[in-house]
Design a protein around this ligand. Sequence first.
Ligand code: HXC
Length: 519
Amino acid sequence: MSLQDKIRQLTELRSQARLGGGEKRIDKQHQQGKFTARERIDLLLDEGSFEEYDMFVTHRCHDFGLESQQFLGDGVVTGRGTIDGRVVYVFSQDFTVLGGSLSETFAMKICKVMDQAMKMGAPLIGLNDSGGARIQEGVNSLAGYAEIFYRNIQASGVIPQISAVFGPCAGGAVYSPALTDIIIMSEQTSYMFVTGPKVTKTVTGEDITIENLGGADIHTKKSGVAHFKAADEKEGILLIRKVLEYLPQNNLEEPIITECDDPIERIDDELNEIVPEDPNKPYDVKDVIHRIVDYEEFLEMQRLYAKNIVTGFAKFGGMPCGIVANQPSFLAGVLDIDASRKAARFVRLCDAFNIPIVTLVDVPGFLPGSFQEYGGIIIHGAKLLFAYGEATVPKITVTLRKAYGGAHDVMGSKQLRADLNYAWPGAEIAVMGAKGAIEVLEGRKLSQVENQEEREAMHQKLEEEYREKFANPYVAARYGYIDDVIEPRNTRWRIARALRSLATKKEVGPPKKHGNMPL
Ligand code: HXC
């Protein structure tokens, strides 16, 4: 064969590999409203930046007639490319080849890019669309998954790992995305579950659709497994690119500071009016967030799950930070099991990747009741406490209104080593709210007043006295637990200035293998 023939052969092999499972299956993929593995990579990466690895890899299985079904690349496209000029490693499962099922060699290909991402200190992006373990390969397939899981674990907190689920993701296969930092699911076309509807029906008798068991709605609203629900794959891919704007390449680097012409000194007079005078009236904390961050841009994570706490990324003067905020407009912003877990995981994500944390507090306390206690609110609340106390990134806390009881301690308090604690003048920082406190302290006295009107008036008066005396920011400020009481309208520049001053922060905890977080 001449060299020219060999070059022609290479071109043919490449074309063959690019066809994956063939045109028919590609058409089926498109009919289902899905892109192919390669189309997804093209959308994700900077144009022309993709360098593919292992295009000629094939499986080694000789059982169940698989020896006659060879596909170049073996059902997963892997390689390296750039996003906004920054290197990322990527794998994209190809459902057109044996349902994107994972073989020994398929796993080896993924492991190769994972190893390179770790060595090079670059993010790893996984695009999932697979029928799970390739049944014909038996234990080799299971071993392949475990190799991937192990690498996910080693890479956790070292490089950002982002998973998009654009098709089936079933059985143990869900555990690789679950071990990564962020999961994005596409609406209608993706699902994740450990056990599918058929087996569920056989084992438990429960009759349930695939969507109701593990669709994007379920995982973004109910289980909290996924962080983002995308209307379609295009939106999902844009979200991956967006998330990366806030993350550094690895845990030894800082997030990238971008140019910003939204002045950090921008004063917003309307912030002085945003919190209602009546402490029981709700407001949307996202209005506060939008007003204080650059260009009103806030990338909210887990928007539909545990809405009583808001988490997400934003920038101040071009500096990325993570925001955690109680949401008074949902369950009065109370801390419960789901909110604690959601916020704890977010705080740890920020801390792992050197992203400062800005906490906006308006919390009436922990949600009482047997449902919460039986569900282990003690342990879940402790997760959030642990995450804040352990985080060594710059931590800035602003108490907007209520900060009562244990919830005050948890939400980035001074004693959990927040670097700067501010409060708005209307802040109420105390052991409990006025109403509850008066009932405990003055209950007996009040019960002796027979006339209901008189009793209510007395209650009211005592509440006001309590609020005046305890429920304000100055008691905490007198002890130095609050560094300054600030005018709401100045909040943006106070935070931005604080973030700049904390950029050189160095804090190292005591030596240990790892803490025993209350999981
Ligand atoms: C081998 C598979 C496969 C698999 C699909 N295919 N899943 N081949 N191993 N796991 C093949 C099909 O035989 C078919 O081949 C092609 O892929 C497309 O699949 P269809 O069924 O035609 O597609 P669709 O109707 O869209 O259904 C998709 C699906 C279904 C719901 C994912 O294929 C399915 O239920 N697959 C099995 C899912 C599963 O139970 N996986 C094992 C999970 S356990 P042809 O040649 O006909 O086109 C697991 C353990 C991991 O993953 C443990 C790690 C710890």
